[in-house]
Design a protein around this ligand. Structure first.
Ligand code: SF4
Ligand code: SF4
Length: 400
């Protein structure tokens, strides 16, 4: 398992580093040969121009397409946009135009909107037809999964509105993370991950956060490894991502190439989203602790969020959206889908209280409780210990 990382300050000249990284993996011929179909999967979350920093930058996708072409394979760019956008030829056309993908002459743009079954997942057709997937995520925070990197980017292979139904069955960070790893396993195609971390996003990602000049490109033959390295660079504890935490030992066997990791680690770590990673067996605490979606003044009543919320928690009232908190399961699909970024996350009173304490000397009391309590290891108390550890990491992150 290999990872190549490079400091890259701007999108100009990024191709050279991508070539160097792929060479470190053994060269593109290790992954694709003449006549193969190679699926390039950028993060095209919605109709956003590249300068917004929400979608994978087209310069990176173009560079990858050119490298794939050179080995005689056909690069096919495909993605299904985020919540609220249906998977139709019409929306794909608009998506490619707005995201700057149409300028990539080296690749074929996917307009085949047929879907197939892969395990229990409905999946877009190019996944079935391709020989290799090059996963090109954007490095961002995410309200539900904490980070959106290579593993989360695969969720875009589930077509359009089908994505929504999984939020009803996988409501918390833990079970949603399990779902993502199930998807990763079921795909069973060789993969190469190339993370666009030149401009990243922290705070309330994946679309309402702050742009950050992270200045890195991460290339790996193992998507989880690319994410684990990304977490180190942006200073997010792995313990906040349950699926990644279970696999963090992969780092020990990773071969690193390129610039030293220590040089790329951000001095100011990423600000976490206001939501809190939730745990399925303590779901009763969720309404008390997690952030609530709230409608801002900018809402123009377009109704996208109403269609996205399968809980029926959002209604339009006097030309504006309104959320019924009692019905909300904190899946944050509405926040991700609002085209006007008119849905913000608001921390709960209890969370704000805890946050305030973490900034005072009473924080030391928490620290003492944490270090003095050790729950006996058995299946139940092991979970308590695990959750406690995660909350503790979270508190430590709030202090910075
Ligand atoms: S909150 Fe956003 S998605 Fe919902 S109606 Fe308002 S503008 Fe549209
Ligand atoms: S209102 Fe609540 S349940 Fe509905 S989409 Fe938003 S976060 Fe999910």
């Amino acid at each position: 398992m290999k990872v190549a990382l490079f400091q890259v300050k701007s999108y100009e000249g990024v191709e050279e580093k991508i070539r160097e990284g792929i060479e470190a993996m053994g060269g593109i011929s290790q992954f694709a040969k003449k006549g193969d179909k190679v699926l390039l999967k950028p993060n095209l979350l919605g109709f956003y121009r590249p300068e917004r920093g929400i979608t994978t930058h087209p310069s990176i996708v173009k560079a990858v397409a050119r490298i794939v072409r050179e080995c005689g394979a056909t690069p096919i760019i495909a993605d299904s946009p985020g919540m609220g956008i249906s998977y139709t030829q019409c929306s794909l056309k608009k998506l490619y135009e707005v995201c700057g993908i149409t300028m990539i002459e080296e690749a074929v743009l996917n307009y085949d909107t047929r879907t197939s079954k892969l395990g229990h997942f409905e999946i877009i057709r190019p996944v079935i037809d391709c020989n290799l997937i090059i996963n090109i995520p954007k490095l961002k925070t995410h309200a539900l999964t904490v980070l959106t990197g290579a593993v989360k980017n695969l969720y875009g292979l589930i077509p359009g509105l089908s994505k929504l139904s999984y939020h009803l069955t996988h409501r918390d960070t833990e079970s949603f993370s399990r779902l993502l790893f199930e998807l990763l396993e079921v795909i069973e195609k060789p993969q190469l991950a190339i993370v666009d971390g030149i401009i990243g996003m922290d705070g309330d990602g994946p679309m309402d956060g702050n742009l950050r000049n992270v200045g890195v490109i991460i290339i790996s033959d193992t998507p989880i490894l690319a994410d684990l390295i990304a977490l180190k660079i942006v200073g997010i504890p792995c313990s906040l991502l349950p699926g990644h935490k279970k696999r963090q030992d992969l780092l020990k066997s990773a071969e690193l190439f390129g610039d030293p990791l220590s040089r790329l680690i951000l001095k100011e770590p990423f600000i976490l989203p206001k939501s809190i990673p939730s745990c399925e067996w303590l779901s009763f605490l969720k309404p008390l602790l997690t952030a609530t979606p709230v409608i801002r003044k900018d809402c123009n009543g377009c109704g996208t969020c109403v269609n996205v919320c399968l809980q029926g928690a959002i209604r339009l009232e006097q030309g504006r959206a309104s959320i019924e908190d009692r019905l909300c399961i904190r899946c944050y699909c509405c926040q991700e889908s609002c085209p006007n970024q008119a849905i913000a996350l608001k921390r709960s009173i209890l969370y704000r209280f805890i946050l305030r304490i973490t900034k005072t000397r009473y924080y030391r009391i928490f620290e003492k409780i944490y270090h003095l309590t050790r729950f006996p290891i058995n299946p139940f108390w092991g979970k308590v210990e695990d959750f406690k550890g995660r909350l503790w990491e979270r508190l430590r992150c709030l202090r910075r």
